[in-house]
Design a protein around this ligand. Structure first.
Ligand code: CP
Ligand code: NVA
Length: 318
């Protein structure tokens, strides 16, 4: 892959939305990784890559963010475009203007919308009424940019293959859903360990199971952390209480306590296991300091790769 190939590949992607991992084929995901790798190299070498010169990307936030906001703003700037940060509270949306009218207005000004929202339906409505690409920067259902950055990280480290066991320890939440869909799509065996009642939504389970069958790999769910983590090559965790679930905090803390990623649990995985977390972490809850700052952690490599994968996404879609 070289810089001039991006223009050719773009024909296949331009104008499309990215609302779910299901919007991409395995081949398209690999193309995104190749573009991300190329742009990452160029950025490190200080070579300009203004693929979106003169464009404007709206970054719409209904919820707080550190990584998504900063990586999208910086990435958009590095591609030569203008990142327009829009907070829900400051828009007329916050005073009752409809999503459809907001979408129809924004499409007259900007070239794409990245949205972090409470409900997936908000993104679907934005995509329906705005004739420009809409990118999911986290919803209640999925976090596709996160999962793509994470598997790009595993791809770089040679851990994306049939013999690599990927384990998600924790809530069957938005991050877990995108990871389950992507892992099984890419042919990496996936295990979800959660307390009873915190499994992935059935629709996600069905899609992941279908992909796993097609790729002849396993997709399994267990409530037993010791059993699930055995022989793991990759172990991933996320907060017990996602944004919007604050009222359930005390119950969730009790339910998830036996599912903490600590040194004793980690010792059951393979000796060269890598530890992942999308961040922000609640140190001392889902993950201990020892594990987060220990030799297995690739957590900040993941955080960095959000920038590179999202630049690839923007460069191809917009
Ligand atoms: N991982 C992630 O999306 O982080 P932010 O909430 O800081 O954007
Ligand atoms: N599951 C978390 C991820 C944050 C990036 C949340 O939705 O709050």
């Amino acid at each position: 892959m070289n810089y001039s190939d991006i223009k050719k590949i773009k024909k296949q992607f331009q104008g499309r939305d990215l609302l779910s991992i299901s919007d991409l084929t395995k081949e398209e995901v690999v193309l995104l990784f190749e573009v991300a790798e190329l742009l990452k190299g160029m950025q490190k070498e200080g070579k300009p890559h203004p693929l979106l010169e003169g464009k404007t990307i709206a970054l719409l936030f209904e919820k707080p963010s550190t990584r998504t906001r900063v990586s999208f703003e910086v990435g958009t700037y590095q591609l030569g475009a203008y990142p327009l940060f829009l907070s829900y509270q400051d828009l007329q949306l916050g005073r009752g203007e409809t999503i459809a009218d907001t979408a129809r207005t924004l499409e007259r000004y900007v070239d794409a919308i990245m949205g972090r929202v409470f409900k997936q339906e908000t993104l679907e409505e934005l995509a329906q009424y705005a004739n420009i690409p809409v990118i999911n920067g986290l919803s209640d259902r999925e976090h596709p940019c996160q999962a793509l950055g994470d598997f790009f990280t595993l791809w770089e480290k040679g851990k994306m293959h049939k013999e690599s066991k990927f384990v998600f320890l924790g809530d069957g939440n938005n991050v877990c859903a995108s990871l389950a869909l992507l892992s099984t799509k890419l042919g990496v065996p996936f295990t979800h360990i959660s307390p009873p009642g915190y499994e992935l939504p059935l629709k996600i389970q069905e899609s992941a199971r279908r992909e796993a069958e097609e790729n002849a790999i396993s997709f399994s769910i267990t409530h037993n952390p010791e059993e699930g983590i055995k022989d793991a090559d990759v172990i991933y965790t996320d907060v017990w209480v996602s944004m919007g679930q604050e009222e359930e905090r005390e119950k969730r803390k009790r339910d998830f306590l036996p599912y903490q990623l600590n040194s004793s649990l980690l010792s059951l995985a393979k000796s060269n296991v890598v530890v992942m977390h999308c961040l922000p972490a609640r140190r001392g809850e889902e993950i201990t300091d020892e594990v987060m700052d220990g030799p297995h952690s690739i957590i900040f490599d993941q955080a960095e790769n959000r920038l590179h994968i999202q630049k690839a996404i923007l460069a191809l879609l917009v």
